[in-house]
Design a binder for this molecule. Structure first.
Ligand code: GPK
Length: 809
């Protein structure tokens, strides 16, 4: 039997009765238990397997179609993925959501209880990791042959709890109960070298003699498309000690712990996700993780290429490798090493193939987020790669010298090696030099990259630079997260085709005049607030959900809350519109300034709660442990979306898109994708405030910025900061106020008055329920552009040059 063409597949039943039969089979034969003795965990695992089987069947047919087509593949390399819970998604995509529930009830199971055991794989930090998951979802939905590569961290992003209002971190042992979504693939194991030295052999070829050998064990999870039979995969690598890493002689001598030392050391590589976000870490283990990902993935990509191809010249025609930020940039020198040292290709051919294969997405403008590695660390861990990087750099600098003779300063800036104050490898420079396309993630971001951060490179290669504005999965962030709004939209548009063609939401515009529809729209929002269960569902639900970072300026939101608090205290008799301000998000464990902001928010929340003069009008809530699951509950309940970063700092943002799509109005600066959101939803349906990028740059770099002057001139601002400094909030948060009055790196005080005034406009608009409803509907109606399907089409047409491959029955 030819297994490759998917023959021999027994189609799985589509009725509830057949589903129930399969549930029982799986319970008996795969879980190895019986109905009488099954635990809820058994029921969950059995359900997951039964749903998974339906997708696995499509996976087999997808693999067969892809094999036959021998297409150009997209390989997405990312150190992070925030995939979200799998069960609900996979039931929807496999069309089993209804029959699964019927079958469970038939067996006396409570579907909600069973589904409650599904665990979110937290293999990422924030926007960058979730973007990777949204792009995989859209690639599968658009039938693009793609594989995502990543690391199977034993411990995902830490679980956040609060102790006396301060963040404490707990380990996230996400596979403690196993992971039914994962297929181990031990046959595709890879061997990874570290350390050691290089030697030239008799043919003049370089050989890397490693000092440590680690194994990479792959497993994959399914990435189904919505409304199609395509099922792609995301392949995750786990580190293992090699066989020789177990020291039998030590074991025999009774040194049991020492006997496994080396294996434990090797396995540390995939032990834990680094919880930093938008900052550089500089730890050797992190560099090891990056090379581990790259080495395993490239070998796997080449293995797959060789299934159908023999000629290296074909490699870039069949392969595009997208680097999600600089974390996987070592793939560039690694491919050079494989082609030159192992395959014996000449440098020039190898370099041409390499450059054509890779593309690089940059996700930041913050200088502290641009990765660099000390040359000595790089050299010790990856001696051959440093030689290759030097060679790449020498040839590159010769090209720059040619184009800009005598411009020594330019050479110094563009070199892949930074010389002062310490020799370091600049990963962003390497990523730009070694790729055929570089993109930013929103219009403003791409423009600023070309004008500032990567300006010299844009001068040299203007056509290499692209914009691809980020997008979000409409399946995950409206259909699954907001089922009631989705039903209403489907009812209003007369079809659910909008889920895979989000521009169809513009059809809602004509429903803004339909009183019954408007009434339902409001009722859905209210019900979503009730479902969330935090704060009065009739209050203005004001939401700020994102990682804690000073540039994102949660502290500005806090100053507004304190100002409102003080206004209510000062004039208790007035009728204030009740407002619930919701924060959610994690701070990197070592980011003390961000943790002080978290602690102060919790203290302010407690003080307001305890004050009966204020608490009827103002409530601050901060549910812990923000993740995809919690976000999916909060986003549908939001009235107001806080996108208040200092202009020129947020690359794009994607939470801004999720909230607008779910009918929240944005209060925001002209930063990242906020600009594009405002352009689309209309200035009347968006609350704009604050400095724009040129004004912010001028104020910051003019050198004359004095936060104290704003403090002294603005009575309300002074009073808010004084309250913190005087210890009015449980004595907490002086560090926050001092930092604002000291350097105020992100110009919070400069934007304070504009923000406060804008919040007053919000209040006025909120009082006009009818106008607010119209704006809310228009936000949804005009958010179609922010579908990740559009983003993937942009990549496919402008950067990847790939076409879909249809999977047929
Ligand atoms: C950017 F540099 C980084 C990073 O280390 N982590 C991360 O999540 C985010 N990002 C940006 O901050 C967002 O503006 C952007 O929308 C997101 O990446 C996806 O591009």
């Amino acid at each position: 039997m030819d297994v490759r063409n998917g023959m021999g597949l027994r189609p799985l039943g589509t009725s509830a009765a057949e589903f129930e039969q399969d549930l029982l089979s799986n319970l008996y034969y795969r879980r190895g238990t019986t109905v009488e003795s099954a635990s809820t965990q058994d029921a969950y695992e059995t359900l997951a397997l039964t749903v998974r089987d339906r997708l696995a069947e499509r996976r087999v047919r997808t693999a067969a179609a892809h094999y036959a087509a021998n297409p150009r593949w997209v390989y997405y390399l990312s150190a992070e993925y925030l995939l979200g819970k799998q069960l609900e998604q996979n039931m929807l995509y496999s069309g089993t959501d209804r029959i699964a529930r019927v079958a469970m009830k038939q067996l006396g199971l409570d579907p909600d209880e069973v589904e409650g055991l599904d665990i979110e794989p937290g293999l990422g930090n924030g926007g960058l990791g979730r973007l990777a998951a949204c792009l995989l979802d859209a690639m599968a939905t658009l039938d693009i042959p793609a594989v995502g590569y990543g690391i199977r961290y034993d411990l995902g992003i830490f679980k956040q709890a609060f102790k006396d209002g301060a963040q404490v971190e707990k380990p996230d042992d996400w596979t403690y109960q196993g992971n039914p979504w994962e297929f181990p693939a031990p046959d595709d194991q890879q061997t990874v070298f570290f350390y050691g030295h290089t030697e030239r052999d008799e043919n003049g070829r370089t050989q890397w003699i490693p000092g440590e050998i680690v194994l990479g064990e792959p497993s994959h999870m399914l990435v189904p498309g919505h409304g199609t039979d395509t099922v792609n995969i995301v392949r995750l690598w786990r580190a293992r000690g090699s066989e020789s890493s177990f020291d039998l002689s030590r074991f025999s001598a009774g040194q049991y712990a020492e006997a496994v030392d080396e294996a434990v050391h090797a396995e540390n590589i995939s032990k834990v996700l680094y919880p930093d976000d938008s900052t550089e870490l500089g730890r050797e283990l992190r560099l090891k993780q990056q090379y581990f990902l790259v080495s395993c993935s490239l070998r796997d990509i080449i293995r797959r290429f060789r299934l159908r191809n023999t000629d290296w010249a074909e490699f870039p025609k069949k392969t595009v490798i997208q680097l999600n930020d600089t974390h996987p940039t070592l793939a560039i020198p690694e491919l050079m090493r494989l082609l030159v040292d192992e395959e014996g290709l000449g440098w020039d051919l190898a370099w041409a193939l390499t450059k054509q294969t890779f593309a690089y997405t940059c996700h930041t403008l913050l200088p502290e987020a641009l990765e660099t590695w000390p040359v000595h660390m790089f050299e010790r861990l990856l001696p051959r790669h440093l030689e290759i990087v030097y060679e790449i750099n020498e040839r590159f600098l010769a090209e720059v010298r040619d184009r800009f003779p005598g411009d020594v300063d330019r050479l110094r800036r563009m070199s892949i090696i930074q010389e002062e104050p310490e020799r370091r490898v600049r990963m962003a420079n390497l990523a730009v030099v070694g790729t055929q396309a570089v993109n930013g993630v929103a219009e403003l971001h791409s423009q600023l990259l070309a004008e500032t951060t990567l300006r010299d490179f844009a001068d040299l290669w203007p056509t290499k630079f692209h914009n691809v504005t980020n997008g979000i999965s409409p399946r995950r962030f409206i259909k699954l997260a907001n089922p009631t709004l989705s039903s209403l939209i489907t009812e209003g548009l007369g079809s659910d085709a909008w889920i895979n063609d989000l521009d169809q939401l513009t059809g809602l515009e004509r429903l803004t005049g339909d009183a019954a529809f408007r009434e339902k729209w409001r009722a859905v929002k209210r019900a979503n607030k009730v479902r969330l269960g935090l704060g009065d569902p009739d209050s203005l639900t004001d939401v700020m959900i994102k990682r804690f970072h000073e540039y994102k300026r949660q502290q500005l939101n806090l100053l507004h809350i304190i100002t409102l608090y003080q206004r209510i205290k000062a004039s208790p008799g007035r009728a204030y519109a009740p407002r619930t301000v919701l924060f959610a998000g994690k701070a990197a464990p070592a980011y003390h300034a961000a943790k002080h902001i978290i602690r102060l928010i919790n203290a302010v929340a407690a003080v307001i709660d305890a004050d009966p003069a204020v608490s009827p009008y103002l409530k601050v809530v901060f549910p812990p442990n923000y993740n995809v699951t919690l976000g999916s509950l909060i986003i549908p309940a939001a009235d107001l979306s806080e996108q208040i970063s200092l202009a020129g700092k947020e690359a794009s943002g994607t939470g801004n898109m999720k909230l607008a799509l779910n009918g929240a109005l944005t209060i925001g600066t002209l930063d990242g994708a906020n600009i594009e959101i405002r352009d689309r939803v209309g200035a009347d349906n968006f609350f704009l405030f604050g400095l724009d990028t040129p004004a912010a740059l001028e104020l910051r770099h003019g050198g004359a910025y004095q936060p104290r002057a704003f403090y002294e001139q603005d009575e309300e601002l002074r009073s808010a900061l004084d309250a913190i400094l005087d210890g009015k909030f449980l004595g907490v948060g002086r560090e926050v106020a001092e930092s604002l009055l000291g350097r105020d790196e992100y110009l919070t005080l400069a934007d304070y008055r504009s923000y406060i005034d804008c919040q007053e406009q919000v209040e006025k608009a909120w009082a006009d329920t009818e106008q607010w409803t119209t704006s809310s509907i228009l936000n949804t109606a005009r958010s179609g552009f922010f579908s990740a399907d559009r983003t993937v089409r942009d990549y496919a047409a402008g950067i990847w040059h790939v076409s879909p491959v249809q999977v047929t029955r």
